[in-house]
Design a protein around this ligand. Structure first.
Ligand code: SF4
Length: 459
């Protein structure tokens, strides 16, 4: 899972990208990188860890130019190797470019083998580098239905050709010497948004919270299958695929991943996450004293449940914000440690009470088991564990780091077995319809639900 950001037409391009990446930090905490163009050359800074550690104030001074792209990374494909830190930079016969990617290509291994056979030398294990090689080697002319602007004739046909060869999820920002290019796969799995500030700089980002921090306004989503070019001559949109695919936006972004103050896929995460909680209350009426969210991501669903049921919301678990999200820590040992460090019960709220505990998802079950245990020790009388999404039964191949099928508790146990494992008095999941209806409440649109259903739109 990753976050991408881009800006054009701003003398502080690198500093604004740094800010934008801060806002997107929840999408990836392993590494960060910024690439900047001064109109002639592209410069790059990459580093491990959080944005502040990866790119320092000293680094920013060296990143001069009006166009920049940035990336925060959590490894899905390729592992957490420093060689995989993005953006990637490449110099080829047509000039140079840098690229940053959110998503996951499902045919990357196959393409990589083929490219290696043809002589390509890879320097990373990331699927994004496949894109780099495909662009550098592309030969096909642009599709017949596309009329290119004179600024776009050299590079864009290469991008179109690469897009035709890859399969899977990709929201990309590409930096050229004089252009910023945003690309979204034809299914639109991952979000990608366009924004603008008052002085005429354009921005591209994974979530709208990155626009807020740089004082830019959301204009619109980059559409599924769209290639948007921004340069001195303005904005130009191309759609290289003649027949659009059915939209498959990742519903998990609304359930868990995106920040609640963000707008993605054209709707506010805050409203949809709360509606998931309301639907949970409509589906499961439970006699209890308080609703307790598992902070932070369970908060809005708990608020929705509380509003719909009339049962008061109490903050019965306090989160230590200095510990990363357990779901996106790479190893099991670190995950175990961070669960213990992360949450602490508030005895006055818990002791002697019948609790409805609400979390956004239940993936491995280890965190939920520890929470139930913690709440019992704090004196809870009853613990009803409610999840504001359906059971996760299949891995994600489109850029969210869900575990393998063997590690997904719901793919191996019944709901009653999971209840028994975590030690709750009852366990309930929001139905698939309840989740989709919450996301569809504001506008009708297509969602990927493969990790809940096993129905993969592209493999
Ligand atoms: S499989 Fe799940 S997490 Fe992956 S894109 Fe689809 S809905 Fe999102």
């Amino acid at each position: 899972m990753c976050g991408v950001f881009g800006v054009i037409n701003n003398k502080d391009a690198a500093a604004l990208t740094h800010l934008g990446l801060h806002a997107l930090q929840h999408r990836g905490q392993e590494s960060a990188g910024i690439a900047v163009s001064d109109g002639y050359d592209i410069n790059l800074k990459l580093g491990e860890g959080l944005v502040t550690k990866a790119i320092t104030a000293e680094d920013l001074k060296e990143l001069k130019g009006d166009i920049a792209i940035g990336h925060v990374r959590y490894s899905t494909a390729g592992g957490s190797n420093p060689k995989n830190i993005q953006p990637f930079y490449a110099h080829f016969y047509g000039g140079s470019f840098a690229i940053a990617h959110n998503g996951n290509l499902v045919n990357a291994d196959q393409l990589r083998k083929q490219l290696e056979k043809e002589g390509a030398i890879f320097r990373s294990t990331s699927d994004t580098e496949v894109f780099v090689h495909l662009i550098a080697r592309a030969k096909e002319p642009p599709p017949a239905h596309i009329i290119l602007h004179k600024n776009d004739t050299d590079f864009l046909p290469l991008v179109f050709d690469a897009m035709k060869k890859v399969k899977g999820a990709y929201s990309l920002v590409i930096l050229r010497e004089k252009q910023l290019i945003a690309v979204r796969d034809p299914y639109g799995f991952r979000p990608l948004l366009l924004g603008k500030n008052r002085s005429g700089s354009y921005f591209v980002a994974s979530e709208s919270c990155a626009f807020d921090i740089v004082d830019a306004e959301y204009l619109r989503d980059i559409k599924p299958g769209e290639v948007l070019v921004i340069d001195d001559s303005g904005l130009r949109s191309y759609f290289p695929f003649e027949h659009p695919e059915k939209a498959e936006k990742c519903i998990f972004e609304y359930v868990y991943f995106a920040r609640p103050d963000s707008l993605i896929f054209g709707d506010w995460v805050y409203e949809i996450r709360k509606e998931m909680g309301r639907n949970l209350a409509r589906e499961y009426k439970i006699d209890a004293d308080v609703v307790v969210p598992v902070l932070d991501s369970g908060l809005l669903a708990a608020k929705g449940y509380s509003e719909e049921s009339g049962i008061p919301l109490e903050i019965g678990l306090i989160r230590n914000h200095y510990v990363g999200r357990s779901f996106i820590q790479p190893s099991q040992e670190i995950r175990d440690l961070s669960v213990k460090l992360k949450l602490n019960p508030v005895h006055q709220v818990i002791n002697g009470k019948r609790l409805i505990v609400i979390d956004d998802s239940l993936v491995r079950g280890t965190t939920s088991k520890k929470i139930v245990n913690m709440l019992r020790k704090a004196g809870a009388k009853e613990i009803h564990f409610l999840i504001s999404s359906p059971p996760v039964i299949s891995p994600c191949y489109y850029g969210i780091d869900t575990p393998t099928k063997e590690e997904l508790i719901a793919s191996n146990k019944t709901i009653e077995e999971i209840r028994d494992y975590i030690g709750a008095d009852s366990l309930h999941y929001l139905s698939l319809e309840g989740m989709i209806n919450a996301a569809n409440k504001y506008k009708q649109k297509g969602f990927c639900t493969a990790c809940f259903t096993g129905n993969y739109p592209v493999l």
